[in-house]
Design a protein around this ligand. Structure first.
Ligand SMILES: C[S@@+](CC[C@H](N)C(=O)[O-])C[C@H]1O[C@@H](n2cnc3c(N)ncnc32)[C@H](O)[C@@H]1O
Ligand SMILES: [Zn+2]
Length: 278
């Protein structure tokens, strides 16, 4: 544990100028294992190596089981084609400071880190402490923080790239912390995303999904550079179908896992929206 804390301390210290106090907005410095502002508001680096920068005790709507299942499903490669597209974009634009806002258990950011090199600075934030605790299993060169996208604990104009993958956005905060020539990559579900799962769970009641509103908001807030559709099918082996079911909020109703028999083929239908400041 102490090794993790030391690794995190070094990373946070090297990048302390990125942070602003979530209480008084002052700049912050690392003293020993604590991030402190001028007014002595302080946030300790945890044993696992993350910083909890929430000012209120937010209760995440997602249970720990969802993140553990999500991690196993990511490891299987469900999102690999999506991540490969994002890697292509990153390679073209060469961002240095990368923020994953709503990073969950961190698999996507870890994948990007492994493929895009050590030169970049990676920060993953999520409002769920459970998800960030899981993410810290991959500390390496990534800074993990429990934080709220509606009150980002970062200085203005800090990031070259903000990723927001299947998570809620807060555009006023995103635009504040984004550099003038920075880019936002938002990933949203297309209308066929996991349709086979929805068909079983909802028995066709909520089969129709539209991303119209979330997409319209992106177009309203940003100058859209590109929109890329990523659509494919993926087979999940029978023994891992329960993870597929548990990794999404779709499963929040009580579901009898026995209704799933055999390997399960799902459609992954996602849209990557790329935007810049207007
Ligand atoms: C469906 S999960 C996606 C997680 C991850 N991006 C992925 O694709 O695996 C949505 C995530 O958004 C996070 N989230 C929701 N509201 C948030 C907020 N206000 N600030 C930070 N994270 C938030 C949730 O805790 C959850 O981890
Ligand atoms: Zn302060």
């Amino acid at each position: 544990m102490i090794k993790k804390k030391l690794t995190a301390q070094k990373l946070f210290m090297e990048n302390q100028s990125l942070f602003k106090c979530p209480i008084c907005n002052e700049m912050m410095l690392i003293k020993d294992f604590t991030l402190c502002c001028y007014h002595n508001h302080s946030f300790d680096i945890s044993k696992k190596g993350y910083l909890n920068l929430l000012t209120a005790n937010n209760v995440s709507i997602y249970p720990k089981a969802l993140f553990l299942s999500r991690k196993r499903i990511c490891k299987l490669g469900l999102y690999n084609p999506l991540i490969n597209e994002i890697i292509n974009i990153i390679c073209k634009s060469n961002p240095v400071y990368i923020l994953d806002a709503g990073c969950g258990e961190g698999s996507h950011l870890v994948n990007l880190y492994n493929k895009c090199g050590l030169r970049n600075k990676y920060i993953g934030i999520d409002i769920s402490k459970e998800s960030i605790k899981i993410a810290t299993n991959n500390l390496e060169n990534i800074m993990w923080c429990v934080a709220d996208t509606s009150r980002l604990p970062f200085q203005s104009s800090s990031f070259d790239l903000i990723l927001n993958i299947l998570a809620p956005a807060n555009y006023s905060e995103f635009l504040r912390v984004l550099k003038n020539d920075g880019m936002i990559i938002k990933v949203i579900p297309g209308k066929l995303y996991l349709q086979e799962l929805r068909a079983v769970i909802y028995q066709n009641e909520k089969l129709k999904y539209s991303n119209y509103e979330v997409k319209s908001l992106f177009y309203q807030e940003l100058a859209v550079v590109e929109s890329i559709c990523v659509k494919y099918q993926f087979t999940v082996k029978e023994e891992l179908v329960h993870d597929l079911v548990t990794m999404t909020p779709l499963s929040f109703g009580k579901i009898d896992l026995n209704i799933f028999k055999g390997d399960f083929v799902v459609t992954v239908d996602l849209e990557i929206l790329l935007g810049k400041k207007k």
